[in-house]
Design a protein around this ligand. Structure first.
Ligand code: AMP
Length: 370
């Protein structure tokens, strides 16, 4: 499924361009049959109907005219309130068959205003055609003559329809996603087994694993600017500056806009990173579901890291003084995050000593609840 982001909201695909085309072709031939001996004038309501109107008249085989109007409101006197006016109507419609082309009709309020303006123009007949119709919320006594596709009360964009100006150019229709992501901070000191466990859990729970350490190492290997910057800090076992790390993390999340959620591994590592992450997720209508922490005694960790250093090729795993520095960074800057999440009732400690399978089992018990 394709997911897209417009402003701060996510939308998932809903109605394909092919389905839209079939609906429009059917509408056009129906209207054609009923307008056999006349030249109707179609009036598209801007902005939303521009795509529908174009495809509709392309599918309409008889002679016809097309024009567009826009409903504008201006402030009247205090007794008249807001006054609605149609902008752009130059044709003389007297005695004509007029068919209004709407992209979508929901409550019908706008349509009613438009209808009332046209009603007073001595038309032969006035009909309404809409590509999308929301019967559940339609509140007016008006008769809708032609409906392309009826939909439940969902917020949709694409094919002329917008969310704050964006999305009109999409060929398909998308709907707003209300589904919340599962976002887990997998926490613990260096060597606690976060990476190993994340690899298993990401598949089990269909989440995207983002390890900031891995992203840095990838950049170092590829000698990117980011890699060159991070290397000096990482080689010593120091933390990379917050601003750099936060921007990188956001870019990784953006790359995976359609994920069900994330396992953050090695992030956040400072209070400022945690705050930035909360703020960033909040802007998307998302949040951290929980911090799941692997608790392992330090002595065991040093032994594990030195062992890993024999094969990992990581310079920061091979030297005990660098390892100690990483612990020091953890103790002074990172471990306080336990309180940060505990204060939000989001801290879940898990015993990180045992076999990989045993620990996965313990973590799963917590993941299942989040
Ligand atoms: P890791 O693979 O998680 O052990 O990370 C290895 C190194 O990458 C750390 O010692 C830091 O130098 C750097 N790093 C990874 N994540 C972060 C982060 N969130 N903030 C700052 N530096 C980080």
């Amino acid at each position: 499924m394709t997911k897209i982001k417009l402003h701060n909201k996510y939308f998932k695909s809903y109605i394909s361009a092919e389905k839209i085309k079939i609906a429009i072709d059917n509408m056009a031939s129906l209207v054609e049959k009923e307008c056999k001996n006349e030249v109707p004038i179609f009036i598209g309501i801007l902005n939303g109907s521009f795509m529908f109107a174009a495809d509709f008249v392309r599918a309409y085989k008889g002679n016809c005219e097309i024009s567009f109007v826009k409903l504008a409101s201006y402030h009247g006197t205090s007794s008249t309130g807001d006054v609605k006016q149609l902008v752009g109507l130059n044709e003389n419609l007297e005695g004509r068959t007029v068919i209004i082309l709407e992209d979508i009709i929901d409550t019908g309020t706008t349509l009613e205003e438009i209808y009332n303006i046209f009603r007073h123009q001595n038309l032969k007949q006035l009909k309404i055609a809409t590509l999308f119709f929301k019967p559940d919320v339609f509140r007016k006594a008006l008769h809708i003559d032609y409906v392309g596709i009826s939909i439940p009360d969902k917020f949709i964009i694409g094919y002329g329809l917008d969310y704050n100006g964006l999305g009109r150019n999409l060929a398909d229709i998308y709907q707003l996603t209300t589904h919340k992501m599962t976002n887990i901070v997998l926490f613990g000191p260096p060597g606690a087994g976060k990476g190993t466990q994340a690899e298993v859990l990401k598949d089990k729970y269909n989440l995207k694993h983002i390890s900031t350490g891995d992203v840095f190492r990838y950049n170092i290997k590829n000698e990117t600017d980011l890699g060159k910057l991070a290397k000096s800090y990482m080689d010593k076992g120091d933390l990379v500056p917050d601003e750099v790390t936060i921007n990188m993390l956001k870019a990784e999340v953006e790359k995976n806009a359609d994920a069900n959620g994330f396992i953050f591994d090695g992030f956040p590592r400072t209070e400022s990173q945690a705050k930035a992450l909360d703020k960033y997720l909040e802007e998307k209508g998302e949040s951290i579901s929980g911090m799941v922490a692997l608790e392992v005694p330090e002595d065991l960790l040093v032994a594990r890291l030195l062992k890993r250093g024999e094969t990992s090729g990581r310079p920061d795993d091979q030297d005990e003084s660098k390892i100690r520095n990483r612990f020091n960074e953890y103790e002074t800057k990172t471990s306080i995050l336990k309180d940060y999440y505990a204060n939000q009732n989001k801290y879940f400690g898990v015993d990180g000593v045992g076999s990989i399978e045993e620990i996965t089992e313990r973590l799963s018990t917590v993941f299942d609840k989040l």
